[in-house]
Design a protein. Structure first.
Length: 157
């Protein structure tokens, strides 16, 4: 089932929701791009990032894993990467070996007793000029952005 040209954003959003629901996860709104919900799907136990492709291989960067792991630590959930090959419909789950017993327990009975609770340190690879916005300083962030915007030259109509 090769794709005919480029797939639409609508296709990927629908596909993401179907895959997440198939794993017993609740799909996040806007693919986790908001302030509150992160990653592509989660429930009380797991938080997942989906990578789907028409290609013959998937690429997961360590930065992607560290971001998922950090979001999982904040939410006190187990991080899993879900890989899907669209040409065959095959779905794979990737997790750290230490998390595998919990993931297997969840997949077998829909719950797990072991929840990862340690907080991961922010990724050392974050660029120096990247600002990390925490929920407590969101207002300050937007005030700074407005201040920067006020310095921009005005457009004449």
């Amino acid at each position: 089932m090769a794709s005919e040209g480029r797939r639409s954003t609508k296709f990927y959003r629908q596909n993401e929701a179907e895959v997440m629901k198939g794993l017993g996860l609740v799909p996040t709104k806007n693919s986790g791009a908001g302030w509150v919900e992160k990653e592509d799907g989660q429930n009380d136990y797991l938080i997942a990032q989906l990578k789907s492709t028409d290609a013959e291989s998937l690429r997961i960067q360590i930065k992607d894993w560290h971001t998922l792991e950090y979001n999982a630590a904040v939410a006190h959930k187990i991080p899993v990467f879900v890989g899907q090959f669209l040409s065959t419909g095959e779905v794979f789950i990737m997790a750290k070996p230490t998390d595998l017993p919990s993931v297997v327990q969840y997949l077998e009975c829909g719950r797990c007793d072991i929840i990862k609770t340690e907080v991961a340190a922010p990724d050392e690879q974050i660029e120096e000029n990247t600002k990390i916005i925490r929920s407590g300083n969101r207002g300050k962030f937007w005030k700074e952005k407005e201040k920067e915007r006020s310095k921009w030259p005005k457009k004449s109509k």
